[in-house]
Design a protein around this ligand. Structure first.
Ligand code: R5P
Length: 314
């Protein structure tokens, strides 16, 4: 149960997730107007006293990305100016994370700029989930609690499948640690695919290390954006003899026609969290939704009570 000093507000990025978190916390969301002025600018007005409170702001930086980022910044600014004691930005999906380094000259490091903006607005802490690159934690000079969805995804996967011969697959070199964690939790071997991006948002798989012949392959990834990585990986796995291909991923962006592409691919099921609202019609697709609301609620309560958050990783 929440005590009087804990307050939670949310932007408009994911009302369902915010409500589910509050259900777990058994408390109502803080009252606020978060909308738009007629000129298109974002408008924020807190309708509750927050002076001296420990305040959490829930907002995924998902599409429309810049609009949701601006809402988050303005809510934090309003809380700071209204004398909130401590402000934690709860960011289930951290947008701009794929731009965490320069891949060629004359590019921004957008993930760092976003971190600067959140800190400058007045956040004292960040609570987030499966950052695309763990190094983004270091872009903040404030505490970051970085949760992982792997324990939840692996647990649900184990409950829902009776396949015996399973192999966990990382679709790229950057995801090996995540896939290895998943593999350990379900007790399976590991395979690794090597991929490259010939153009922005295009994927080409090059090679694979590991044996998938006759096995159920589970591709473990942090996000599904265009779906290109998954679909290409699934084709390779099938070509190497996998009997079935399943996916477990944290952030379901499903940009453009990604859902249709996946449905037409050899992938039979997608385990995905609700860090981002899924596109309309997802219920008719082979998708298994794993809610992160109880995990985020527990983390909020632990941060508020100064308890360990790393205990949630096991
Ligand atoms: C890449 O490094 C990530 O882990 C994901 O594999 C990638 O971002 C997914 O994007 P898409 O669905 O557009 O291939």
């Amino acid at each position: 149960m929440m005590d009087g000093r804990l307050q939670v507000f949310a932007g408009n990025s994911h009302p369902q997730l915010a409500n589910d978190i509050m259900k777990s916390l058994e408390a109502p969301l803080g009252r606020a107007v978060i909308g738009e002025w007629k000129n298109g600018e974002t408008r924020v007005k807190l309708d509750e006293n927050v002076r001296g409170s420990d305040v959490f702001v829930i907002q995924s930086i998902c599409n429309p990305v810049d609009h949701h980022l601006m809402e988050l910044l303005l809510i934090i600014d309003a809380l700071r100016r209204a004398s909130a004691d401590r402000i934690t930005a709860v960011i289930p999906y951290y947008g701009y994370a794929k731009q965490e380094k320069k891949t060629s000259g004359r590019e921004p490091i957008s993930a760092k700029l976003v971190a600067n903006l959140i800190v400058t607005a007045g956040a004292h802490r960040v609570l987030t989930l499966d950052l695309h690159a763990p190094a983004i934690e270091g872009f903040f000079d404030i505490p970051v609690d970085h949760l992982r969805a792997t324990p939840l995804l692996a647990k649900r996967f184990k409950q829902m499948t009776d396949a015996q011969d399973i192999v966990a697959v990382s679709p790229d070199a950057g995801g090996v640690a995540r896939a290895d964690d998943f593999r350990t939790r379900i007790g399976a071997p590991l395979a690794i695919i090597s991929k490259r991006h010939p153009e922005a948002d295009e994927t080409e798989v090059l090679e694979m290390v590991g044996d998938v012949d006759g096995k159920t392959a589970v591709i473990v990834d942090d996000m599904i954006s265009t779906g290109g990585t998954l679909v290409e990986a699934a084709r390779l796995l099938k070509a190497r003899g996998a009997s079935d291909v399943i996916t477990a991923a944290t952030h379901g962006i499903f940009a453009g026609d990604a859902l249709d592409l996946i449905e037409q691919s050899p992938i039979s099921k997608v385990f995905i969290t609700d860090s981002i609202p899924l596109p309309n019609g997802w219920q008719s697709k082979p998708i298994e939704l794993v809610s992160i609301a109880p995990l985020l609620a527990e983390a909020i309560m632990r941060i508020h009570k100064d308890l360990s958050v790393s205990a949630l990783f096991y």
